[in-house]
Design a protein around this ligand. Sequence first.
Ligand SMILES: [Zn+2]
Length: 246
Amino acid sequence: MPGSKNDKLYCNSCKRVTNHEEKFRNKETCFESEEFHEYLLNILWMCMGCGEFVLQRVFYNDETSCDEEADIRYFPKLAHSELTPKTYSKLKPKLATLYNEAITCYNKGALILCAAGLRALLEGICSDKRVQGANLKKKINNLQSSLPNKNIIRNLHHFRFMGNEAVHELAAPKPTELALATSVIEDLLNFFYELDYKASQLHEMRRANKKRFKVLAKSPNSLQRWADGPVQGAEPVEEPPKSETV
Ligand SMILES: [Zn+2]
C-alpha cells in the first residue's frame, strides 16, 4: 500500500511475494487547475529477501484515492502480473490464434481488446462445438448439455456481462477480472480440447496394449518369457555354431 513503509510485493528475482521496504518516496503534481489536480507518487521498494529494487508509480487525482482506485504501475513490470498462454492439443489453429492474441493483449495492457478477444473466442468455441442460440446468453445456456460442471456455466455468464461492457461501452475491465475471465475460458478449453484428447489417447493406449497381449498369447514362448517377469537385456543371445568359432 502506498501509504506504508513496508509492503508485500511480488519479487521477480525471488519469484514469490516477499516483504519490501520503502527506500525513497517523492510526490509531484502532473496537472493543476483551480478545481482539479493530478498527482504522481514514486516509491522505490527494496525486496527484504534479495535486495532487488522495484519502482512503483501511482497516478491519482483529487477524486481517486492513491490506494485502491489509482493507476499503479511497476518498473520493471512484476512478472506475476503476466499471463502465460497454455497449449491445447486439439484446439483449431484459428481459435488458438485468437486465444494467444487475447493473452498478448492482456500482457500489453490492452484490456478492452483482451475482453473482446475472449468474447470472440467464446463465440468461436460455441460455433466449433455446434452450440445453437440466438445470442451468447442462449449459447452459454445451451452449453449445459455438454458441460457437467455448472460452475463453468455460471462463471461464463459473469464473463459475458464483462465482455458486453467492454465491446459495447468501451469500458476497460480491471486486470484482476480479466485474469479471472481468462481462467474461466481456459477451463472451457481444457474441457473441450484437452481432456477429450487425453481420454482418446488413453483409449488408444489400451487398444494397443490389448493388441500386444493377443500377439503374445499366440506365441506361447513369448508369453512364457513375458510372464516370467522383466527380462533384462531383452532377447537371449544365440551362441554361434561351434564349427564357426576359430
Ligand atoms: Zn527478492
